[in-house]
Design a protein around this ligand. Sequence first.
Ligand code: CAA
Length: 281
Amino acid sequence: MELKNIGVIGAGAMGSGIAQVSAVAGYDVVLQDIYSDALDRAKDTIEKSLGKMVSKGKMAKTDMGIALDRIKFTSVLEEACKDADLVVEAVFEDLELKQKMFKELETLCKPEAILGSNTSALPITEIASVTNRGDKIIGIHFMNPVPLMKGVEIIRGQLTSDETTEIALGYVKRLGKEPVMAVDFAGFIVSRLLDVLLNETVKLVQEGNRPEDIDKAMELCAGHPMGPCKLLDLVGAEIAMHGMETMERDFGDRYKPHPLLKKRVLAGLLGRKTGRGFYEY
Ligand code: CAA
């Protein structure tokens, strides 16, 4: 099946990035969110990101205009589903919410449409289990910031077909990104490793290390492009906490989120999205 129309559900940092890279690659995109202010923010973020690429000579101004014209913004789920060959779901990391969404997608999308989830940690088989379309459901896990990160995890659920996998791989490659196959257990590869690092980082802070020193250590001594405190602020503390909780549920206590991580989430110190995490934005 040739993909032409992409529906993206959820206009947060991930959904807007997915809509952006899909439009740049030539797909027609409908980005849906129930909140109109999220759609406004997404439009602004996409314009700024593409503008940056134009100013750096990575994209022609006319191509920016063409890409922007390819994205429609809507609060109506049906609009994002009715013509979609592929839907990428990027709503909040909550199993019940995602299952409810996939039930709706199943009824609103054409039978041959592929349904992808951008979940960072929830097993795809579990999301797909509430539908009768397991063969067409697959994990397509983009990394933050989507326009810059080259890798995308592809996760096959228990029932995902070879055809669905081939189509998802083709989509990711057309975006100019590199797909990486990961096995369908909580956290896949990236969150399984990164969330543990981020949880451990919170312990280091509690023990008295300064975020600046932790970041400096990991950037200069371990060659990380961005220290873990900056990374936790980028990803969002609640995302890392949710990843740990999912892994704790499936693999046991050693994945327990640190109490200080939970406290920081409760206090709204999520990072860039709330303007304050380990640093201020
Ligand atoms: N769109 C367009 N341009 C952007 C941009 C965006 N969204 N974000 C940043 N840029 C630009 C910057 O403005 C900058 O431009 P200039 O060079 O003109 O200043 C350029 O890209 C590079 O940015 P930085 O100066 O911040 O430099 P950097 O070399 O540190 O690169 C980075 C940034 C690619 C994010 C790098 O720090 C990095 O790889 N960090 C690690 C990120 C990571 O690990 N992501 C995965 C997190 S896990 C995840 O996402 C999964 C999940 O589900 C939670």
